[in-house]
Ligand binder design. Structure first.
Ligand SMILES: O=P(O)(O)OC[C@@H](O)[C@@H](O)c1c[nH]c2ccccc12
Length: 265
């Protein structure tokens, strides 16, 4: 059986075809040009960290392929308000419909409710999806190294930057790190290390810690997935990792904002 990442990318190919039949490139570019001004995503994380705080990207995620529905009562604007009121630096919004029960409208609603910058969390493999991200208001896009060739990574990264967006480049092992470094992207690189293996769903915080010695000095590391307890946050901060992408453990609590405050207190 094809693994989940391959299945997701197959579905994305269909979505890209549909997007192409709905919009011409110039129409989509026009929408991107008319979108709300970009809010600095990488800068917001940087200022939290400079102030001695954890820089948290708080995720708005209804469901996932590994966990099913995570939160049934799902109101993206309300959740965004919770996160903003309790110290999140940025929002992450899943827009994939098929596997994560996300939606572009959730990003629009969440971003409209607060002043925080937001990343479009999806599986981007085509320039059109990057332009679409800006058209719906995204301030940052996720580029997953495992879905992209070095050439695609360079192309999509450059395109996102040319649209004023930041990019979070995601890896989960040393091979993907080498691939990203060989792309020689314009830094300082915002590099996400996913503790969850998207092929097996196994989650190990050591994934981040093991890769740290191999990262370039100016790299801004985000540890992603599986952060559930204050001890997890402390372990990372002791290793000089101050940026976090956190979803499930917040989404499962009645007040995701209070959960966030407790986690990083
Ligand atoms: O819910 P968690 O374990 O806190 O993880 C959040 C985030 O890291 C995870 O949703 C994620 C990281 N990279 C992704 C790529 C696609 C979809 C989802 C993800």
């Amino acid at each position: 059986m094809a693994d989940i990442l391959e299945r997701i990318v197959e579905v994305k190919r269909d979505e890209i075809r549909a997007l192409k039949s709905r919009y011409s490139l110039s129409a989509l570019e026009e929408l991107a040009g008319a979108a709300d001004r970009v809010r600095g995503f990488q800068a917001s994380l940087r200022s939290a960290v400079a102030a001695g705080r954890a820089g948290v990207i708080a995720e708005i995620k209804k469901a996932s392929p590994s966990k099913g529905v995570i939160r049934a009562d799902f109101d993206p604007a309300w959740i965004a308000g919770e996160y903003a009121a309790h110290g999140a630096a940025c929002l992450s919004v899943l827009t994939d419909e098929r596997f994560f029960q996300g939606h572009n409208d959730y990003l629009v609603a969440a971003r409209k409710a607060v002043a925080l910058p937001a990343i479009r969390k999806d599986f981007l493999v085509d320039p059109l999806q990057v332009i679409e991200a800006r058209a719906i208001g995204a301030d940052c896009v996720l580029l997953i190294a495992a879905c992209l060739s070095v050439g695609q990574l360079r192309e999509l990264y450059g395109l996102a930057q040319s649209l004023g967006m930041d990019v979070l480049v995601e890896i989960h092992d040393g091979m993907e790190l080498e691939q990203v470094l060989s792309a020689q992207l314009a830094g300082p690189l915002l590099l996400g290390i996913n503790n969850r293996n998207l092929r097996t769903f196994e989650t190990r915080l050591d994934t981040t810690l093991d890769l740290l010695p191999r990262l370039p000095k100016d790299c801004e590391v985000v540890t992603e997935s599986g952060i559930a307890a204050p001890a997890d946050v402390k372990r990372m901060r002791d290793a000089d990792v101050h940026r976090f992408l956190i979803g499930e453990s917040l989404m499962r609590q009645p007040s995701p904002g209070q959960a966030l405050a407790k986690l990083v207190a």
